[in-house]
Design a protein around this ligand. Structure first.
Ligand SMILES: Cc1cc2nc3c(=O)[nH]c(=O)nc-3n(C[C@H](O)[C@H](O)[C@H](O)COP(=O)(O)O)c2cc1C
Length: 159
């Protein structure tokens, strides 16, 4: 029986979206169901009803979330919804050149979601753009074991 996951994408130049697409392909090949939603214009209501989520986001500015993630982030901070029905993972893209703020976009989501009562499943996956590795390859190898180890079928399950 597969699990269902909604992948929320925060990106400036498209890397996180490409990662999300590879992750979706890997999940579906393993019999799971994944829906991609870029964060543009989303607000806290995307978490209504709970379920399994994967935050896939890069980092910009002084360790900020990307521009297209601001509305969702600000909505969560302002409305402070109870996210106790949410289980989530994080794929955080960054670059160690920015050593003080490495992957802080993903870290900021992680901190906020935990504060709102959501449960993080497993460890975050971080990727360093200076490492010489491709984030979509690393993520595609990581995602299925992560999902099968940490997620249970929820209301979004498929038979
Ligand atoms: C102007 C700029 C600022 C950045 N700031 C950070 C940062 O503070 N911390 C970090 O870890 N990475 C930072 N990065 C690296 C990006 O997060 C990384 O390259 C990521 O893979 C880009 O993904 P995207 O194409 O989905 O936006 C920055 C990149 C740029 C171009």
């Amino acid at each position: 029986m597969g699990v269902g996951i909604t992948i929320l994408v925060g990106t400036m130049t498209g890397t996180a979206e490409m990662v999300a697409q590879e992750v979706q392909t890997a999940l579906e090949a393993a019999g799971h169901q994944a829906t991609i939603r870029v964060m543009d214009g989303l607000d806290a209501s995307v978490f209504q009803g709970g379920g399994n989520f994967l935050i896939c986001t890069s980092t910009y500015g002084q360790g900020d979330v990307p521009d297209n993630a601001q509305s969702l982030f600000n909505s969560l901070e302002g409305e402070k919804p109870d996210l106790s029905g949410v289980t989530y993972g994080v794929i955080a893209l960054g670059d160690r050149t920015y050593k003080d703020t490495f992957c802080h976009g993903g870290l900021r989501f992680d901190k906020l979601l935990t504060e709102l009562g959501a449960r993080r499943a497993g460890e975050m996956l971080t990727h360093d753009a200076s490492s010489g590795t491709l984030p979509e390859e690393i993520a595609a190898q990581w995602i299925v074991p992560w999902a099968e180890q940490h997620l249970t079928s929820s209301s979004t399950e498929i038979a």
